[in-house]
Design a protein around this ligand. Structure first.
Ligand code: ARG
Length: 275
């Protein structure tokens, strides 16, 4: 038995749960303590995930409106976006690091590291998600979760009090996803290719999916009692459309890049096998 596993702070929600994404349902307070909201001019823009005391990770496309740090804020410890929550913390941003490969919608490298203005203390409602080592595999069919405050249907905002939504999504086989996205079904639908640093999760049948405003937020999978960040909500054709599942930036592709910028962050290795 590997005892270090039990000492890790990341990936272990603590709160007792006393207290819609497209097809989702309400989360409970403290259920996803790494979930953050990235605000632009005090308005929710994107999701993000806490990965260290002073860092969140989000999508690079969330900074299409510019890299001026003073326009952005990060909210932690919130399950509802509406103000007045006791565990909530709002912070300014010191630094934004967009992945150099990112080159517009549906390109590779849709990941950004955001340094907070100061290191924060963890609480029962504010805890980091674990990052996977490059060797960790999230097999097709594995049931993972996405969370966010994004639209509940294309063009329809999450209604007041904007409770964080959760949705269980299976990982989709990489070749299947490439095929889905390489098959046109309308007339003038522009095709965007699934790259190796992307992964798909959700349902080929449509209906249940992430949507606008969820971007940058986490796709997390529970691997031997620990939650790992498998992906970052990145793009999709519409929301919940048949044969167009949600596309996520694949975290394991960025292990070295993240380590280069945040040397102190720990990566969780693949399980050695259960025998
Ligand atoms: N790109 C969108 C955003 O900026 C969300 C992407 C998810 N779309 C999807 N169909 N799964 O919030």
């Amino acid at each position: 038995m590997n005892m270090t596993r039990f000492n890790r702070v990341c990936g272990h929600p603590r709160a007792l749960y006393h207290s819609r994404n497209v097809g989702g349902e309400d989360s409970m307070e403290g259920e996803w303590p790494w979930q953050a909201s990235l605000l632009w001019h005090n308005k929710h823009l994107c999701g993000a995930s806490l990965i260290a005391h002073q860092w969140v990770v989000t999508a690079a496309h969330c900074f299409q409106r510019g890299m001026n740090t003073s326009n952005y804020m990060v909210v932690l410890g919130a399950s509802r976006l509406a103000n007045g929550q006791p565990h909530r913390l709002s912070l300014g941003i010191r630094h934004i690091i967009n992945h150099p490969q990112y080159a517009g919608e549906a390109s590779s490298g849709d990941i950004a590291l955001v340094e907070l203005e100061r290191p924060i203390q963890y609480t029962d409602y504010i805890l980091p998600i674990c990052l996977p080592e490059a060797s960790v595999r999230f097999p097709a069919g594995m049931k993972c979760w996405v969370t966010g405050w994004g639209n509940i249907r294309e063009g329809e905002d999450l209604p007041h009090p904007q409770t964080l939504q959760k949705l269980q999504v299976p990982i989709i086989d990489q070749n299947t996803c490439k095929q889905l996205y390489s098959t046109a079904w309308g007339s003038s639908s522009q095709l965007k290719a699934i790259q190796d640093d992307m992964m798909c999760a959700g349902y080929a049948d449509g209906m249940k999916d992430t949507c606008k405003g969820d971007s940058g937020g986490p796709l997390v999978c529970k691997v031997s009692l620990e939650w790992l960040l498998a992906g970052i909500i990145s793009w999709g054709k519409g929301c919940g459309i048949r044969n167009r599942p949600g596309v996520y930036s694949r975290l394991t592709s960025y292990r070295d890049w993240i380590h280069q910028h945040i040397p102190e962050v720990e990566f969780v290795p693949a399980e050695k096998g259960g025998t």
